[in-house]
Design a binder for this molecule. Structure first.
Ligand SMILES: [Zn+2]
Length: 342
């Protein structure tokens, strides 16, 4: 009976005070500790070039439609999670693309390939193979020009011609566009919109295009995904399936992701709803925070918590699950179902 009263007291404490404070703390921690500026400097440069009207255009026409996966939305969807999407640009290439496909096939991992029209024209069978193996084909323009410097007419050609070519090979018109260099302006956005395409940039750039060295690629990836210090975060990883060094880095890259329990997901499976909780703060931020420790029975030795969590030992991160349930508004149902029921 005494235990029951204690449970009730603690539960009402949790509901009325502790969780709101914790949630606030989580969002504060999240905002204070944003990933550092080393991510994708190239893209940032371009984003900074936007004029106010271009930014409004993005917000009105893309962000609101969920059609613009720029750095902010990718960070929101992936940055606080251990989810990554793999993106391969500039191919297909007859020597390296099949090797990339082979590695992905062995691991049963799917990616998005932003192909160039020029390459697709030369190697249509590779485009078909990528598509047939379950990956997404995206449009990376025809000739890798800086789209922000083209007239609207040229732009329509670069984007439209590539989309038509891809459609003639796979039977499916590409839905996603990655402008070369991440370079955009209002015209690019307008043409993409009229073609019904979503724009996808990136948040993690291991600079495989620059170093062309697998050790450097892996080191950069370790830093950007927090493998080196445990400050884990997800993201959209920019890679190129045209360099042998990228192929050599790919397997160890996937090994590291598996070791750290990362989930490789796909651009068409990112939905704001399921990622919303993790956007508040990364699991690693939560783990080092005071309230996470306060909910860890091992740390507190709190008998109530021990009894709650030990009851179902296979639910390894029950305190995380509680936070998640709270965030979704189902905390009470969760507690009753999982911990106070028998
Ligand atoms: Zn490119």
């Amino acid at each position: 009976m005494k235990a029951f009263i204690n449970n009730r007291l603690v539960l009402s404490f949790l509901l009325s005070f502790a969780f709101p404070v914790m949630t606030l703390a989580a969002s504060l921690a999240g905002s204070l500790k944003m990933p550092s500026g080393e991510f994708c400097a190239a893209e940032k440069l371009e984003v900074n070039k936007y004029t106010g009207s271009e930014e409004n255009f993005i917000n009105d026409n893309f962000a609101s439609l969920g059609a613009y996966y720029g750095r902010p939305s990718l960070l929101k969807l992936l940055g606080g999670s251990r989810k990554v999407i793999l993106t391969f640009d500039d191919g297909p290439h007859p020597r390296t693309t099949p090797q990339v496909l082979e590695i992905l096939r062995r691991r049963n991992v799917k990616a998005i390939f932003f192909v160039l029209g020029l390459q697709a024209q030369k190697f249509p069978e590779l485009v078909k193979q990528i598509y047939d193996e379950g990956h997404i084909i995206g449009n990376h323009s025809f000739g890798h020009k800086n789209l922000a410097q083209l007239s609207e007419e040229k732009l329509r050609e670069e984007i439209g011609k590539t989309s038509r070519l891809i459609e003639s090979i796979t039977g499916k018109r590409p839905e996603y566009l990655r402008p070369p260099y991440g370079a955009m302006n209002k015209n690019v956005l307008r043409v993409a919109q009229s073609e019904g395409m979503k724009i996808v940039l990136w948040t993690v750039d291991p600079k495989d295009w620059q170093s062309k060295n697998e050790t450097a690629i892996l080191k950069s990836l370790d830093r950007q995904l927090g493998f080196n210090n445990g400050d884990f975060r997800g993201g959209a990883v920019l890679l190129h399936d045209i360099y042998p060094s990228t192929v050599r880095a790919l397997q160890p890259m996937l090994d590291r992701m598996a070791t750290h329990e990362y989930l490789i997901t796909s651009i068409d499976k990112l939905d704001a709803g399921s990622a919303g909780f993790w956007a508040a703060a990364s699991p690693s931020l939560l783990r080092s925070s005071f309230f996470y420790k306060a909910f860890d029975p091992e740390v507190t030795g709190n008998q109530l918590l021990v009894s709650m969590f030990k009851k179902k030992p296979r639910v390894e991160k029950s305190h995380m699950a509680i936070l998640k349930a709270h965030k979704s508004g189902n905390l009470l149902a969760y507690l009753i179902k999982n911990h106070f029921n028998g």
